[in-house]
Design a protein around this ligand. Structure first.
Ligand SMILES: [Zn+2]
Length: 86
């Protein structure tokens, strides 16, 4: 291996290590998954009122806004939601 190639290899190894350390730091910052449950019965069969906007480029309805109104499909009534670890 030439001196130049050796230098490039060392540089790549150093950059890879820096990337690995940064990735490990970022993974600790990632929020653990949660679920939203009915405050009355604990079911996760819940929905919220929302607006969807038509996205011409993707040809899909995309979530544009969510509102506070929540409904439990177990209790069959309006509810409040509680967030908990999934
Ligand atoms: Zn419920």
């Amino acid at each position: 291996m030439s001196l130049e190639n050796s230098s490039v290899s060392e540089s790549l190894a150093a950059e890879t290590e820096i990337f690995r350390v940064r990735l490990a730091r970022m993974m600790k910052l990632v929020r653990p998954p949660v679920e939203h449950a009915c405050i009355h019965c604990g079911s996760i069969a819940v929905t919220r009122d929302a607006w969807a906007e038509w996205h011409v480029g993707d040809q899909v309805w995309a979530l544009a806004e969510t509102f506070d109104f929540a409904f439990c499909h177990e209790c069959h009534r309006e509810t409040k939601l509680v967030e908990r670890p999934a």
